[in-house]
Design a protein around this ligand. Structure first.
Ligand code: SF4
Length: 424
C-alpha cells in the first residue's frame, strides 16, 4: 500500500508519524495533504529513512541540494564529502545527479550514507549506459529506460525526476517561441533529441502508466520535470513552458488516481515581476501539487554569484507558495560545485526558505528571528551567535572584533546605537 492509499484509509503509518513529528504538525494534517495531493513524503518503501520529510502546503519550505559526479570528476569519495556538507548545513533532501561512468556505485554509496531522502534523474543513467555502449541516446529503447527505473527503485531512490511532459506538441510550440536559451534541462534536451530523431512521442509520456507501476511498487514520489523550463529570464512564462506545465498537471492527476505521489518542477530563470504568476499558474494547473522550483534565477548576468541571484527568486517563490527549493551554487553555469560551493548554496537557500516561511506564517519561523533579535539588542554575543543560522561563521567573524569592548563590536565601537539607546 502506498502512502496515498494508506491516507485514503485514514491509516497513520510510521513514516507519517515520523514526518509529522519532525514538522511539528499533526499526522491528520499530513494524511489530508497526502489524500488531496498537496503534500508528499518522498520515501522508497524499501528504505527506513532516518530523516524523512513532508513537502507541501502549510509546511516548512524544504530545500534540496544537488550533488553527484561527472565524466570529468568521478570521485565517489568527494561526493560523499559533499553529502556530509549537506547534512551539516541541513539540506532536507539530496539529489544525486551523477553522470560519471561509475554513477551506479556513486548512487549506492550516497543512498547508503544518507539519512535524508535521495532523488535522481534516471534518464542520466540511461544516457551514461548509451555512452558506454557507444550508441547515440536516440537509439535507446523503452525497455532500456524502464530497466534503469527499476534498478534505481530497487536501490532505494526516494524520488525520481521524470521528464514526461516534453511531448511532440510541447516541442512544436518551441518553433514560434523565439527563445534566447532554447532547452536548458539535460533530461529535457535528451528526450527532445530522442523524439526528433525517432519522430515518435516521448516514451515516458506514452508509457506513463508503466512508469507509474514502478513508482507505485516502491512508493517512489515522482517529481515531474520541466524539460522546457526557461534558461534565460527573456524566455520566462512563454508558450512552451506553460504548455508543458499543463501536461504535467494532467500527469499528476493520473498519478494521484493510481496512488502515486507527485510534485511539479518549475523554472528556472524568471524575472522578479513574473514569479508570483508562475507560482499561481502551477497551483492552478497542477491542482495544488507541491511546487519544486529550481531557483529561479532573477537575472542571467551574475555568473559566479548565481546562488545569490537564484536565492532571491527562491525566497519570493517560497513566499508565494512554492514548497520545495532546489539550491543553486556559485558554480552554476560554470563548473561542477566544490565542497565550499555546496555550503554557500545551502546557506543561501536556508536563508531563502526561512524568509519565505516568515512570510507564509509557518509555525515557529518568526519566533526564531525574535529570539535572535533580543540577543542582538542586548549584545549577548554567545547566545546571539549560537542561535544564528551558521554559528561557526558568525563566531569567526565576531572574533575579528577582539579589539572592541565586550559590550560593543568593532563596527560602531563607542557609537554603538544599541548601547546608547540602552543607556537612554
Ligand atoms: S557596535 Fe554597531 S554593529 Fe556592533 S553591536 Fe553595536 S550596533 Fe551592532
Amino acid at each position: 500500500m502506498t502512502q496515498i492509499e494508506a491516507a485514503r484509509k485514514n491509516i497513520v503509518t510510521d513514516l507519517v508519524r515520523k514526518a509529522a513529528k519532525a514538522e511539528g504538525v499533526s499526522s491528520k494534517k499530513l494524511l489530508s495533504g497526502l489524500r488531496d495531493g498537496s503534500i508528499v513524503i518522498p520515501a522508497n518503501n524499501t528504505r527506513h529513512l532516518k530523516k524523512p520529510c513532508a513537502i507541501g502546503k502549510g509546511l516548512r519550505t524544504k530545500i534540496n541540494a544537488n550533488i553527484g559526479n561527472s565524466p570529468f570528476s568521478k570521485s565517489i569519495r568527494e561526493e560523499l564529502k559533499k553529502l556530509r556538507v549537506c547534512l551539516k548545513y541541513q539540506a532536507d533532501t539530496v539529489m544525486d545527479l551523477s553522470t560519471g561512468d561509475n554513477l551506479k556505485q556513486a548512487r549506492r554509496a550516497i543512498i547508503k550514507n544518507s539519512p535524508l531522502p535521495i532523488g535522481t534523474v534516471p534518464v542520466y543513467e540511461v544516457a551514461v549506459n548509451a555512452r558506454k555502449n557507444k550508441i547515440p541516446f536516440h537509439e535507446v529503447s523503452l525497455d532500456d529506460i524502464l530497466e534503469v527505473l527499476e534498478s534505481q527503485a530497487a536501490d532505494g531512490v526516494d524520488f525520481f525526476t521524470i521528464h514526461a511532459g516534453v511531448t511532440r506538441r510541447v516541442l512544436d510550440s518551441l518553433k514560434g517561441a523565439r527563445r534566447v536559451a532554447g532547452i536548458v534541462s539535460r533530461g529535457g534536451a535528451l528526450l527532445a533529441q530522442w523524439i526528433k530523431k525517432n519522430r515518435r512521442e516521448n516514451p515516458l509520456y506514452e508509457n506513463f502508466d508503466r512508469v507509474l507501476a514502478i513508482a507505485k511498487r516502491y512508493d517512489i514520489t515522482l517529481s515531474l520535470g520541466d524539460g522546457l523550463r526557461p534558461g534565460s529570464v527573456c524566455d520566462a512564462t512563454d508558450k512552451p513552458q506553460i504548455t508543458e506545465l499543463k501536461i504535467l498537471g494532467e500527469l499528476a492527476k493520473r498519478a494521484k488516481a493510481k496512488g502515486v505521489q507527485t510534485m511539479i518542477e518549475g523554472p528556472g530563470h524568471v524575472p522578479i515581476n513574473q514569479i508570483e504568476k508562475n507560482v499561481a499558474l502551477q497551483k492552478r494547473y497542477c491542482n495544488n501539487a507541491p511546487f519544486y522550483v529550481l531557483g529561479p534565477l532573477v537575472t542571467d548576468v551574475a555568473a559566479g554569484y548565481d546562488h545569490i541571484s537564484s536565492a532571491i527568486g527562491a525566497a519570493l517563490a517560497g513566499s508565494y507558495g512554492a514548497d520545495f527549493l532546489c539550491y543553486v551554487t556559485p558554480s552554476e553555469h560554470l563548473s561542477i560545485p566544490t565542497l565550499d560551493d555546496v555550503k554557500e548554496g545551502l546557506m543561501a537557500y536556508r536563508i531563502a526558505a526561512h524568509s519565505a516561511d516568515i512570510a507564509k506564517g509557518v509555525k515557529g519561523a518568526i519566533e526564531w528571528d525574535r529570539t535572535v533579535s533580543k540577543y542582538r539588542k542586548s549584545r549577548t554575543w554567545s547566545k546571539h551567535i549560537g542561535s544564528s543560522m551558521d554559528p561557526e561563521r558568525a563566531k569567526a567573524i565576531h572574533q575579528r572584533s577582539k579589539t572592541a569592548t565586550k559590550d560593543v563590536c568593532s563596527m560602531c565601537g563607542e557609537y554603538c546605537p544599541l548601547k546608547i539607546s540602552e543607556e537612554l
